[in-house]
Design a protein around this ligand. Structure first.
Ligand SMILES: *Cc1c(COP(=O)(O)O)cnc(C)c1O
Length: 210
């Protein structure tokens, strides 16, 4: 994959990769990296150049909220009200704002995380998000079903884009709610065609994970 080829912002997913592997991609010009565990960002970031922009793309468990790090530029996997509330408390205590995306469950697999479409609309209609002002909601994230059926993947991404447009219009500030994070190594092209502003690509950049 050419690192500079797409319209959407490319995040290099460096989970399971060593600091040296990350550095070699950094030396090719990549500055945005994503990990799925906060411990990995906390461990790797001090060993790597300071101009790396770190993204957390995996869910936070509630006992891990206290390990959250202000170095995280964007947290993509806000998937439960309980974490939303706890992260807001953490941010208030530390006098920072946390930028986050709401993860929406669009795939068929039950194992994937996220709010259902009905659930998130009902939360926002109750104005719950205004109770947690230190968590700034910047958009949505979703993962498509792991399938060879490209039409299914396209439909899932299209439904997320439709929800993004609706939520942006009904509940959020246009200048703040701007990011739609969808697409990975296997489906990033479809995601871009369906409106992704950020893609999260691991194995195409680093090679297959063990
Ligand atoms: C691992 C991971 C990716 C990247 O997966 P690849 O198939 O290696 O591109 C993207 N998003 C999330 C949430 C991940 O956990």
């Amino acid at each position: 994959m050419e690192l500079s080829q797409t319209d959407a912002t490319l995040l290099a997913v460096s989970k399971t990769r060593t600091v040296d592997e990350i550095l070699s991609i950094y030396q090719q010009g990549q500055r945005k990296f994503a990990e799925n565990r906060i411990e990995e960002i906390n461990r790797k970031a001090p060993l790597l150049p300071k101009d790396i922009e770190w993204h957390l793309i995996g869910p936070l468990q509630s006992r891990k909220v206290k390990e959250f790090n202000p170095i995280v530029h964007l947290f993509h996997a806000l998937d439960r009200q309980k974490i939303w509330n706890k992260l807001n408390e953490w941010a208030q205590t530390n006098k920072v704002k946390v930028r986050a995306l709401l993860q929406i469950h669009i795939a068929e697999e039950e194992t994937k995380h996220g709010f259902s479409i009905d659930e998130i609309i009902s939360i926002l209609e109750k104005k719950k998000h205004l109770e947690w002002p230190n968590v700034e909601i910047c958009g949505l994230m979703g993962m498509a079903t792991n399938t060879d059926n490209l039409e299914d993947i396209r439909n899932e991404f299209a439904s997320l884009k439709k929800l993004f447009d609706e939520l942006q219009q009904r509940f959020f500030d246009l200048s703040q709610f701007t990011e739609l994070s969808m697409g990975m190594s296997g489906d990033y092209k479809i995601a871009i065609e369906e409106g992704a502003t950020m893609i999260r690509v691991g194995s195409l950049i680093f090679g297959p994970r063990k």
